[in-house]
Design a protein around this ligand. Structure first.
Ligand code: SF4
Ligand code: SF4
Length: 390
């Protein structure tokens, strides 16, 4: 899981490392659109940064920052005109690679039987603009789930092949981020077509763009840009060092794995269950959670039946339903399942943790349950009675 290249490199800038201003960013988005990409990027909607299709650079948030903590999210005004001066919002890129709802097949009744059609895999070209290090790591995690093994998901594989990634390094992390622990940010080492670092510079932010693929280099060569110099490179490194220093939340993934798997009967599971609403918000905002269920709908008047796949959550009773009923009936067993899989048994399945350190599950939990606190408690207060809970 750890991406050693996510640490801040001290090397000289590569020959494909260029500097451009907001006009260059505008040109990049225009070029992607001309090449047939649906461009997706951060925008402000309903008081949050959400990822949506964008037509131009003017739709990116301008001078917007954020404050995030357990169960709390607020946008703020920055003193500059940064377009990427905030951390991750409630939406992740997951919904564009693994949609929340997807038709699997449709059966239509005829006079002498019925026919079944399956929708084609999605082949739309999409450009993701503004992918943070934690979310790039989350995409890698989901790649293992959906593209690996004996039965890759053809729709995910097709969407992933058509995706162009413009990653953006983080200069303004929030209180809930712990990418430094997971080795996923704030600097970004690989996995992108183009990597941007935004240098705020008051009214006129500028961008350092590094090509990570041949096509990325081709696109960068089409915008009005100049080679990054040593002082701009040093500026980038200073921004990332400052961002890393602001991240105070920690979780040791190796230690967490051991602690969780060694404590399946710890009294802390009861304590957290007394706060957990089993709403499943944490799983819906998580960029790596991949559980789904199927819905069958039959319309007797038209003779059409459909089966769709929809996101599910290990917090629903139905998700653990087997013959005779649900096997995880209590909130305790459902929360324990989520955390034990995310940070424990995910390693056996996919060779990594199932967490990228984005912090969304902490922010969007209505009661502010924080997985890093839960792991810390399990580690330091093994088998403590519930009354000792802080
Ligand atoms: S478990 Fe929480 S912090 Fe980890 S990737 Fe999912 S939402 Fe982000
Ligand atoms: S941990 Fe929080 S977000 Fe997750 S199910 Fe429980 S109450 Fe909901």
């Amino acid at each position: 899981m750890k991406n050693p290249e996510a640490s801040i490199p001290a090397t000289h800038p590569s020959p494909y490392f260029v500097r451009f201003d907001i006009e260059g960013l505008k040109r990049l988005i225009e070029t992607l659109k001309q090449e047939g990409y649906e461009v997706l990027g951060p925008t402000v909607r309903d008081g949050a940064i959400v990822i949506e299709p964008i037509e131009s650079v003017s739709q990116l948030p301008c001078g917007v920052g954020d404050e995030q903590s357990g169960g709390r999210y607020r946008l703020t005004q920055r003193s500059d005109r940064s377009r990427f001066g905030y951390a991750v919002g409630p939406t992740s890129w997951k919904r564009f690679l693994f949609p929340p709802n997807r038709l699997l097949w449709r059966a239509t009744q005829h006079e002498r039987g019925f026919s079944v059609e399956t929708p084609p895999v999605d082949s739309q070209r999409r450009a993701f603009v503004g992918v943070r290090g934690c979310d790039l790591a989350a995409i890698r995690i989901q790649d293992r789930v959906f593209c690996g093994g004996a039965n890759p998901d053809p729709d995910y594989v097709s969407r992933r092949k058509q995706t162009f990634i413009v990653a953006v390094e983080c200069g303004s992390p929030v209180q809930t981020c712990f990418c430094t622990s997971m080795g996923t940010g704030p600097a970004i080492g690989d996995g992108f077509d183009i990597r941007l670092t935004e240098i705020p510079d008051g009214e006129n932010p500028y961008y350092l763009g590094l090509a990570g693929s041949e096509y990325g280099a081709q696109l960068l060569s089409q915008i009005d840009a100049i080679q990054v110099n040593e002082s701009e490179f040093a500026e980038r490194n200073a921004i990332l060092a400052s961002a890393a220093a602001q991240i105070t939340r920690h979780l040791d993934p190796d230690h967490a794995r051991a602690v969780i798997l060694e404590n399946p009967e710890h009294s802390r599971w009861d304590e957290v269950a007394s706060r957990c609403l089993t709403c499943g918000n944490c799983t819906q905002v998580c960029p790596t959670c991949f559980c789904s269920t199927v819905d069958d709908v039959t319309d007797l008047t038209t003779g059409v039946a459909e089966r769709s796949r929809r996101w599910d959550s290990c917090f629903t009773m139905e998700h653990s339903h087997v013959h005779g009923g649900a096997v995880r009936r209590s909130p305790r067993s459902r929360y324990r399942q989520w955390l034990s899989h995310k940070l424990g048994s995910w390693w056996e399945q996919f060779g990594t943790a199932g967490c990228s350190g984005c912090g969304r599950c902490i922010v969007w939990c209505p009661v502010g349950i924080d997985l890093t606190e839960e792991v810390a408690y399990l580690a330091t207060k093994r088998d403590a009675p519930p009354e000792d809970a802080p």
